[in-house]
Design a protein around this ligand. Structure first.
Ligand code: BGC
Length: 245
């Protein structure tokens, strides 16, 4: 089935049509900058622009960087607070399915990417403007886990170890990798996952920092679908190809 997938991020909104059975983009993705302030009306216009670019009127999956329960936005740490309480289908149109961005990326990775056929506890973490998390138990998603907000050294983890912090503080990859390793170590201690998958904007540059990350016998691998996982997972959710609890 072909579905439009949209991934709303802190700096860019990305979209493409997706073959949800093969897990691939069917057309080249389009990226538009996230409007400032990132209020619902402005973001909805940007999403409409993407849909028009693809001449799309069918089902659409939208990955949003906050808690989304039953299609209703619950948090918006890196977006405008006016998002809280917004009903996705009302804002984006009745055919839109809205879910958390890291959950979307995780669903795609578990079906087509680095987590394929992996049983047990698998943790997918996305590093971008924030840190997103998707937790799977025997392939089933535990939605809206929000592990980017655990406390590390008295701070929200994503305020120490997101890719945005690396850029803003101009940290070397090695220095940033130490922060990431500390964060991943905490997640390993809390959840004992059998695999950790690293996705998000930074997944294109894993060679720069993953060699400095050592979690002992817990494997840490890059997302196979890189930063396209969110688009693909959002489309899969709208196609009903995955179960979003
Ligand atoms: C949000 C999460 C989101 C993550 C990545 C965090 O700030 O709270 O819901 O998944 O950023 O965008």
């Amino acid at each position: 089935m072909e579905v439009l997938g949209i991934d709303i991020g802190g700096s860019g909104i990305k979209g493409a049509t997706v073959d949800t059975v093969a897990g691939v983009l069917t057309r080249e993705r389009l990226r538009v900058p996230t409007p400032r302030p990132a209020v619902p009306g402005a973001v909805a216009r940007a999403v409409r622009e993407i849909a028009e670019h693809f001449s799309w009127t069918g089902p659409m999956g939208v990955a949003f960087p906050g808690v989304v329960r039953d299609g209703i936005v619950g948090t918006a740490a890196n977006m405008d607070p006016s998002w809280i309480g917004v009903r996705g289908a009302e804002l984006f149109g009745g055919q839109a399915v809205v879910l958390n961005d890291a959950d979307a990326a995780g669903l795609a990775e578990m079906t087509f990417g680095a987590g394929r056929d992996r049983r047990g506890v698998v943790l997918v973490l996305t590093f971008g403007t924030g840190i997103g998390s998707a937790l799977f138990v025997d392939g089933v998603l535990v939605p809206n886990t929000e592990f980017g907000h655990i406390e590390i050294r008295g701070k929200d983890a994503e305020r120490r170890a997101s890719d945005r912090v690396r850029e803003e503080k101009d940290l070397s990859w090695k220095k940033w990798a130490r922060r990431v390793e500390e964060y991943l170590g905490r997640m390993r201690d809390l959840l004992s996952p059998s695999l950790i998958v690293i996705g998000g904007g930074v997944s294109k540059k894993v060679d720069r920092f993953l060699p400095y990350v050592d979690l002992g016998d817990t494997p840490v691998v890059p997302a196979a679908l890189r930063n396209e996982a969110g688009i693909i997972g959002a489309a899969m959710a709208a196609a009903g190809a995955v179960r979003v609890p």
